[in-house]
Design a protein around this ligand. Structure first.
Ligand SMILES: Nc1nc2c(ncn2[C@@H]2O[C@H](COP(=O)(O)OP(=O)(O)O)[C@@H](O)[C@H]2O)c(=O)[nH]1
Ligand SMILES: [Mg+2]
Length: 311
């Protein structure tokens, strides 16, 4: 799997012209269409973790891009869950609905050439009074653009989309077109973030997310969905960050899966997460990981709150 850490779009221009237009752009869609990959690619930093599994994104995350007097605040959201109805999924769905309530532009992402029932359920939730850009992602898999035309024809009847833009978030194709169209829809106003900020999330939050991403990628089909990561210590010690984190699982039986034979899984996860942290934080990181059982946390509103889910 390619990691989105470099990109070919111009970087944030801290020394650029003063921001005249600034606004929120929500990225919505069913799980796995590539929303988080898109935000990372636009920002050029890993603000949001990605994997081929549902539930990878659990929170609303802002990714900020400042370019040509415009500040784009992309709002990455969890994929709208239509199946499992525990408290965690309800919390994730609330996050999506709240994110939609006060954005200037909605980017609705689907896979090019493929429209599922789950896509249509998300489409039905989108506000009528906001411009919606339809993004056809993963065009690197569909080949010839001409083949997409009948699909575009059909899908353009579903709603009055402000624009339909084919992209590949993974390759970076079509993103300049997206920025052009979205940039023209941003309201006038001053910047909300410093030009060199790329997210509203703390290093502490990012650290926990990078660990969770590696677990999601490493654990394959035996992944216990009820796992979470809690940062227990985050100390900046000169040019070193000392971080201790607990992987929370909901059942004793899951502990062994996360640790792996001879500690192998946890070791691999820790090493990969540390590499991401060092790149994004620009410092050395010392990371300690252990596993903790907290039964039933994913269906416990109080436990969710302590893990940073919004009420
Ligand atoms: N081939 C291809 N895969 C992509 C593209 N964008 C995302 N993916 C993959 O799709 C999966 C889901 O991506 P993610 O960004 O986590 O989706 P999200 O659930 O919508 O946030 C990951 O395995 C990504 O690598 C793309 O443009 N092309
Ligand atoms: Mg995501």
């Amino acid at each position: 799997m390619t990691d989105i850490t470099q990109h070919d779009l111009p970087a944030d221009d801290a020394a650029g012209p003063p921001v005249t237009h600034c606004g929120f752009i929500a990225i919505v869609g069913r799980p796995n269409v590539g929303k988080s990959t898109l935000v990372n690619r636009l920002i050029g930093q890993k603000v949001s973790i990605t994997s081929a599994k549902a539930q990878t994104t659990r929170h609303r995350i802002h990714g900020v891009l400042t370019r040509n007097a415009r500040q784009f605040v992309f709002v990455d959201t969890p994929g709208f869950q239509t199946r499992h109805r525990n408290a965690l999924n309800r919390a994730m769905n609330r996050t999506v609905t709240q994110a939609l309530a006060d954005v200037d532009v909605v980017v609705f992402v689907i896979e090019a050439g493929r429209l599922t029932d789950a896509d249509e359920e998300v489409l039905a939730l989108l506000p009528q009074d906001r411009p919606v850009l339809l993004l056809l992602n993963k065009t690197d898999k569909t080949g010839d653009r001409a083949k997409l035309l009948p699909f575009v024809e059909r899908i353009s009847k579903l709603r009055d989309f402000h624009a339909i833009i084919p992209v590949s978030a993974q390759r970076g194709d079509g993103l300049d077109a997206l920025l052009k169209v979205a940039g023209d829809l941003l309201p006038e106003g001053p910047a909300m973030f410093d030009a060199d900020d790329f997210t509203d999330r703390s290093e502490r939050f990012l650290a926990a997310e990078y660990i969770r991403e590696k677990l999601f990628r490493q654990l394959g089909d035996e992944l216990p969905y009820g796992l979470a990561v809690e940062i227990e210590r985050f100390d900046v010690d000169g040019a070193l960050r000392r971080i201790a984190a607990a992987v929370i699982v909901s059942r004793e039986a899951h502990k062994g899966i996360v640790i792996g034979r001879g500690g192998e899984v946890l070791k691999t996860v820790g090493a990969a997460a540390r590499t991401d942290m060092e790149r994004v934080f620009g410092s050395k990181v010392f990371l300690e990981l252990h596993v903790k059982v907290r039964s039933g946390w994913a269906d416990d509103e109080r436990a969710l709150k302590s893990l940073g889910f919004e009420p």
